[in-house]
Write a protein of this length. Structure first.
Length: 388
């Protein structure tokens, strides 16, 4: 075959290729020109619980450091560390020999004072009857003084006996609260003294338990302003839920005990104290926790996060259907609820939000709306309504 024939065949092949390519482009352009099907959900404003996430730390509901009120040698330890004790249960026993002796001596002094009082009373009565008949006024005054002294001695003896018996009772050191005792810091044979600085053990009540959460004062001002403006309807009682250190969600719900009235000068936060039931002792004092505090409800739209785009600057955008075309809208949001944004601005009642078919979707593109629903797993399902 000569060169002219080869060139002619190459030209024919190239022309055929260009024709096929042009046809494919035309078909692609024709396809792009038609509307694309997108899944939509109809937006409806609703009362959405509004909450904030706060860091917190667990604090014991009751915690007591056990110290002796009298001195003595430890003769017995009456509890098992980690095993619950009731209020009044004995924890330690001190040697009580000297206190028993003191009680006996004070009881004897009381008996003597009780026996002496009738004698002084009789002497006074006799002197009062015989004044001027062998007894003088001075004798009466002396008898009256002796009687008053006997009464005072009797009262002093009673008080001394009461105090001695009280000190004797203190040799048995009891738990003032119900709780869990720690390992003892003393052993049998140790000498302890009254009001010493070192605790013998600590008893902690775990159920219920407090959790102190920290709220920035600036955000608290914003929340109050939203309440004043009517954008947030506060609940009658502020509740909270916890997330533990390992990420578990705590099943119990807590209620607020009291907010602090002082803002920390170092952190700019104020403390909110919540009380939680803790029957299993799962939360221990000192644990770091995260709490979700429900402040109230706000009228807003719940927008699936899968239908939105969040920019690096925090701007939130989505697509809605308007006049058969995709329209990009900027959204204002105040937080999240599960897998949804809480949107307070940028949408209108009844807007059709595009949640499916978003890939390569651009503003102004013609679309065909197909009503869908989103299940608990975040997947879209065809709604029974017909396409618009």
């Amino acid at each position: 075959m000569n060169r002219q024939a080869v060139a002619w065949l190459a030209g024919v092949a190239m022309a055929a290729t260009m024709t096929i390519f042009a046809s494919a482009q035309a078909q692609q352009a024709k396809g792009m020109a038609g509307p694309v099907s997108v899944g939509v959900v109809s937006m409806s404003r609703q009362a959405v619980p509004q909450g904030v996430d706060l860091p917190g730390r667990a604090v014991a509901y009751e915690q007591v450091s056990i110290r002796p009120r009298v001195g003595g040698v430890v003769t017995a330890i009456g509890y098992t560390p980690g095993k619950p004790v009731a209020a009044g249960d004995p924890l330690f026993q001190l040697d009580d020999a000297s206190y028993v002796a003191t009680v006996a001596a004070d009881r004897a002094a009381l008996s003597q004072a009780e026996a002496d009082l009738p004698i002084k009373q009789a002497a006074y009565d006799r002197t009062a009857k015989l004044v001027g008949k062998g007894y003088t006024t001075a004798d009466l005054e002396s008898a009256e003084a002796d009687l008053a002294s006997a009464k005072a001695t009797l009262q002093s003896a009673r008080a001394a006996l009461d105090f001695a018996q009280t000190q004797l009772s203190w040799t048995t050191i009891r738990s003032p609260i119900a709780g869990i005792p720690e390992v003892q810091a003393v052993s049998v044979g140790d000498l302890v003294s009254a009001a010493q600085s070192d605790a013998m053990t600590t008893v902690t009540r775990l159920d219920p338990i407090y959790v102190d959460m920290l709220e920035p004062s600036a955000r608290m001002l914003t929340i109050r302003q939203r309440i004043d403006d009517g954008a947030l309807t506060p609940t009658k009682e502020i509740d909270a839920r916890l997330v533990l250190e390992d990420g578990q969600t705590y099943t119990g719900k807590g209620h607020m005990v009291t907010p602090s009235s002082i803002v920390s000068t170092s952190t700019g936060t104020l403390s909110l104290r919540f009380e939680f039931e803790n029957p299993d002792g799962k939360i221990l004092p000192g644990m770091f926790l995260r709490g979700t505090v429900t402040l109230g409800t706000t009228q807003a739209f719940l927008v699936p996060q899968r239908a939105t785009t969040l920019s690096a600057t925090g701007g939130l955008t989505a697509f809605v259907v308007e006049d058969g075309k995709a329209k990009a809208v900027d959204l204002t949001y105040s937080g999240t609820q599960g897998s949804h944004w809480i949107v307070t601005g940028g949408l209108n009642e009844g807007d059709k939000l595009i949640v499916d078919g978003l890939k390569s979707l651009t503003a102004g593109r013609e679309v065909k709306s197909v009503p869908v629903s989103i299940d608990a797993d975040g997947l879209t399902r065809d709604a029974p309504a017909a396409a618009n």
